[in-house]
Design a protein around this ligand. Sequence first.
Ligand code: FJE
Ligand code: FE
Length: 297
Amino acid sequence: MSASDQSSSAGPGRPKLVAKKVVAKPQREGDGAVVRRSVGRSELKYLDPFLLLDEFAVSPPAGFPDHPHRGFETVTYMLQGAFTHQDFAGHKGTIRTGDVQWMTAGRGIIHSEMPAGEGTQRGLQLWINLASRDKMIEPRYQELLCEDIPRAEEDGVEVRVIAGEAMGVRSPVYTRTPTMYLDFSMQPGAVLHQSIPQSWNSFAYIIEGEGVFGSINSSPVSAHHILVLGPGDGLSVWNKSSTPVRFVLIGGEPLNEPLAQHGPFVMNTQAEIEQTVEDYHYCKNGFEMARYWRSQS
Ligand code: FJE
Ligand code: FE
């Protein structure tokens, strides 16, 4: 293993400890949808570059009907079931369990996101801020089917690499704001050491089961909690329970830029927000196609 291998060694550096733990309680969003918001709730407003993490659970006819975005990226990762996306430029697609849609809204997207099956459709949606220089870029999609997401497995630890690199495998996703997004499943008794760049902000969000994070003697943390990680260069996790634990580990390079947010518009200054509200209202500067468009939902 080379010194630069980030896959399985915590190295000689300093391990990250849990700096903050917050529970994501269910709340209503969109049209009758339920989300557990972790990043983006009042206790954790902005974890630069991350604006929001929602664990959503939606059954038809609920969903997220026609709404705009500008100035950031949304990453939708399906945990169970299917979601259909339609945008004002004619882009349409359905993602299913294990698939990812990485959407760079840039200067503007208007779309609907609706459940595509009966019963509860579950997933995670992450909002990643864009640097000032990237906020007005052309919209772009990167769609990854379940089978295209690189996977690795070793000693009771399985990882699916949605962005970045882990356990010797690398994701094909281009992250305009440098980001890592790893989905780990650990069997009872398994141990993990994952490196994370020193200067990045990072967190773990537990999807299922319970694990011990950061230091071996800390209390186990259960599903629907977010753990914000402190300084250091890697994370250790132990599964001391009798069932598997599943969590996502997400990190990103902070932008360190001013933030001005108005709902789904995220810019740097209040003047840019006012311009965006005007652009949306008058269907210009990226919102031209909004004039006559409605989704078919
Ligand atoms: C949004 C309210 C919303 N979390 N998780 C206000 F509900 C939304 C929104 C979502 C969303 C969509 C999916 Cl598929 C999953 C979500 C919020 O669409 F963008 C604003 N501004
Ligand atoms: Fe959206």
